[in-house]
Design a protein around this ligand. Structure first.
Ligand SMILES: Cc1cc2nc3c(=O)[nH]c(=O)nc-3n(C[C@H](O)[C@H](O)[C@H](O)COP(=O)(O)OP(=O)(O)OC[C@H]3O[C@@H](n4cnc5c(N)ncnc54)[C@H](O)[C@@H]3O)c2cc1C
Length: 265
């Protein structure tokens, strides 16, 4: 790890000013950034800790949407009565992330800003048609996740909260890496009613994506059988020591079918 200046700003405006420094990095729970710094994959001049900004954490709902602050820890989402009531699948997803220590420290904002190809939250954010609020405005999810570890955030832009649309029913299923618990493949299915179904896949490709063929089939009939016969092409999917592209393609169908089954329970 290289030397850096540590800051703990007391306001969002102060954090934004520090984050605007050319080599600055925001620090949430440190669950990705600190490892990257130890490995010298990241060598920021300034580390801007968001931990004192209490307004960035918290959960609220208006019955139509559920808004979660960027600094809300995975464990808080997993245990929240409000999340369990509004979008139980989201609480379950948060409870499946990493281990107890990762869930105690890791945050929603850090997870989606990092946009790891195997992270769980991007699938929920995309399937639940979320709006990403920042100190500079808002991003629609359709244009937020750009590619491998890449988002539409401008340098120094700070995620403040994520606003999820509440579906009629939803479920998330993942085939996890048994060591890290990151998704080898994870599928989030959300049914908003009126034939509006969204299916988002993480872990399989370089970046989270929607599976539109499954969305159409489920809009016609929300039933596991509607997706069970859909064969996903392995072209462009990840292939590594954990799973081949062909295996990941197969898992997309299996996880989607299981997610629909779970959403119907
Ligand atoms: C052992 C281990 C297992 C894990 N398993 C899983 C898993 O199963 N599933 C899963 O999804 N994840 C997993 N993770 C990742 C974990 O979920 C973290 O939440 C994720 O790495 C982000 O960490 P963080 O919130 O601490 O952010 P940090 O590490 O502090 O920051 C990550 C990146 O986001 C930026 N950032 C942070 N907050 C903001 C903000 N508000 N606005 C803009 N940019 C911001 C930082 O500058 C940095 O670039 C695992 C991590 C570890 C160490």
């Amino acid at each position: 790890m290289r030397a850096f200046q540590y800051h703990r700003p007391a306001s969002l405006a102060e954090a934004a000013a520090l984050a605007a420094r050319p080599e600055a990095k925001l620090l949430a729970g440190g669950q990705s950034l600190v490892q990257a710094m130890k490995l010298r994959l990241a060598s920021p001049s300034d580390v801007v800790d968001l931990g004192a900004l209490k307004d960035l954490a918290g959960i609220k709902t208006d019955g139509r949407t559920l808004t979660i602050g960027a600094m809300t820890r995975h464990a808080e989402v997993a245990e929240s009565a409000e999340v369990k009531k509004a979008i139980p699948a989201l609480a379950q997803l948060a409870g499946m992330i990493g281990d107890r220590q990762v869930r105690a420290m890791g945050t929603l904002g850090g997870s989606i800003a990092n946009n790891d190809p195997a992270a769980d939250y991007p699938a929920a954010v995309l399937a639940l048609d979320a709006v990403i609020h920042t100190n500079k405005g808002r991003h629609d999810v359709g244009t937020f996740f750009k590619g491998l570890y890449e988002t539409a955030l401008a340098p120094g832009e700070i995620i403040t909260a994520v606003e999820f649309r509440i579906p009629q029913r939803a479920a998330y299923m993942k085939f996890k890496n048994p060591a890290s618990r990151f998704a080898i493949v994870g599928v989030f299915v959300a049914d908003f009613g009126g034939g509006n179904v969204r299916v988002a896949v993480t872990g399989a490709g370089p970046c989270v994506f929607r599976q539109t063929e499954m969305e159409k089939a489920l809009a016609a009939k929300f039933d596991p059988a509607s997706v069970a016969s859909i064969k996903v092409s392995p072209a462009g999917l990840n292939s590594d020591l954990h799973a081949s592209a062909e295996y990941r393609a197969h898992l997309v169908t299996v996880m989607a079918k299981r997610a629909v089954e779970a959403a119907l329970k």
